[in-house]
Design a binder for this molecule. Structure first.
Ligand SMILES: Nc1ncnc2c1ncn2[C@@H]1O[C@H](COP(=O)(O)OP(=O)(O)OP(=O)(O)O)[C@@H](O)[C@H]1O
Length: 250
């Protein structure tokens, strides 16, 4: 089966190497969580995939489309949801979704039904006609997520989508992502909330110091650590091993 996302030798330096030759393959329909300590390079990897940052080396393929050679074609297939929601203050959620649908040249009636579905799923109905300028960060995050999903992407990339959301909003976002994966959409997200990775992700990748140091199902990661334990323990063990030059890397 064709991979939803395939990274090979992905590399990026700023004043120092930040992403060091990452190879990663995510299957279509998979829910994949990227974990790692602060500054490990997770956001940088996802920003390169989303076409916001040019890699120094490596390849990025999205459903077989070379994202570096055909960035527009790749962007049509995916959604990027940043941890810093950017929504126009002077628009209501419905106007914003209408605007985004216009950018994608989506048929008006399809756009309206998709916008209304997302507004309901994310609990934004009571605020659908209020200006976004007065919204809390959590509400803006949900509007930004809805905007990213209007064009029916096959791959959804999210950077810390649940940070700062209250329990109800987090549940709504998780439900939307679950519904999407059930419909065959692929999701890759970074999170520091290990319980979310544990419950939602089919596979987990651990990034430390710019490298993919381990990946697999929770059971596979447990087997690698060699004991029945929590994801938190596994994560801390793997990261500690990843920093040990003598350790085996994935
Ligand atoms: N535009 C930039 N210019 C210079 N350095 C950058 C830039 N973007 C990221 N970095 C650096 O690259 C490193 C990796 O950052 P990145 O945001 O990818 O980490 P992360 O794993 O997402 O961390 P966190 O979990 O804290 O969000 C950090 O040291 C960061 O300061």
């Amino acid at each position: 089966m064709q991979a939803a996302l395939s990274l090979s030798g992905l590399t990026k330096s700023f004043d120092r190497p930040v992403v060091r030759g990452v190879d990663l393959t995510i299957k279509a329909g998979e829910f994949y969580a990227l974990l790692g300590p602060n500054g490990a390079g997770k956001t940088t990897i996802l920003r390169m995939v989303a076409g916001l940052l040019r890699p120094d080396a490596g390849t990025i393929s999205i459903f077989g489309t070379d994202a570096l050679a055909d960035p527009v074609g790749a962007k049509r297939l995916m959604a990027w949801v940043s941890d810093e929601p950017m929504v126009y203050d002077r628009l209501t959620p419905l106007e914003y979704l209408d605007f985004v649908a216009g950018l994608w040249e989506i048929d008006a009636s399809r756009a309206r039904s998709s916008a209304n579905e997302l507004i309901d799923w994310l609990g934004l109905r009571p605020h659908a006609n209020e200006l976004c300028g007065g919204f809390s960060k959590g509400m803006l995050q949900k509007v930004a997520l809805a905007g990213a999903l209007v064009h029916d992407p096959k791959l959804i990339i999210l950077d810390e989508p649940l940070t700062g959301l209250d329990a109800g909003s987090a549940r709504q976002v998780k439900d939307v992502l679950r519904q999407k994966t059930e419909a065959g959409v692929t999701v890759i997200m970074t999170t520091h909330i290990l319980e979310v990775a544990e419950r939602m992700a089919e596979r987990i990748g651990v990034i430390a110091d710019g490298r993919l140091i381990a990946e697999g199902t929770l059971a596979e990661l447990r087997a690698r650590i060699g004991r029945e334990t929590t994801l938190e323990e596994i994560f801390l063990d793997l990261v500690a091993q990843g920093h040990d030059p003598g350790s085996e890397a994935a």
